[in-house]
Design a binder for this molecule. Structure first.
Ligand SMILES: [Zn+2]
Ligand SMILES: [Zn+2]
Length: 169
């Protein structure tokens, strides 16, 4: 997702409309290796600093429910405000400025950061999802399996037995 800023004069502004695919962040719960996104906004130039501002949209983000692992598709939006400069050593150290070279800015990394921040921390297929049975793996939304889930941890079961035995003494 590159934009050409070679013709943008100092103090100038240009509309930006790009779409493309972001590589899915690793270690996350996304189901696809890339996410189609689009960005609409503008870029302004003040001296050597280019500021990108606008909205990022990702309408088909494939995720899994945290509880029952059912695949689901989310639509996400994020506000974007990122700065770019060819020269990142000239006193912008109080801000994060993305470096670039030449006449084009590649927006992919900056947009990937905004996308990551827009991802929800918890994903549920529905608010009251019952999840999977920890004993047999059955989807508890579909049917009850009748497993005794209070004894799911054998260490806990031993401890319970120990205390009930000693109570008799
Ligand atoms: Zn679920
Ligand atoms: Zn079960």
């Amino acid at each position: 997702m590159k934009i050409d800023v070679s013709a943008l004069p100092k103090g100038g502004m240009a509309d930006v409309s790009v779409s493309g695919n972001l590589a899915a962040p690793t270690g996350y719960f996304l189901l696809n290796s890339s996410v189609p996104v689009r960005f609409e906004g503008e870029i302004t130039r003040e001296g050597g600093v280019y500021t990108l501002a606008g909205k990022l949209r990702a309408d088909t983000v494939s995720l899994q429910c945290d509880r029952c692992l059912k695949p689901l598709t989310l639509s996400l939006g994020a506000n974007v405000r990122e700065k770019f400069s060819r020269d990142t050593f000239s006193g912008y150290d109080d801000e994060d400025v993305w470096p670039f070279a030449g006449g084009e800015i590649d927006l992919s990394d900056a947009l990937a950061v905004s996308f990551l921040q827009a991802l929800p921390r918890k994903v549920l297929c529905r608010e009251d999802c019952k999840g999977l049975c920890p004993v047999c793996g059955n989807d508890l939304n579909l049917r009850a399996c009748g497993c005794d889930r209070t004894q799911a941890d054998p260490r806990l079961a031993e401890l319970t037995a120990f205390f009930s035995e000693n109570k008799e003494v």
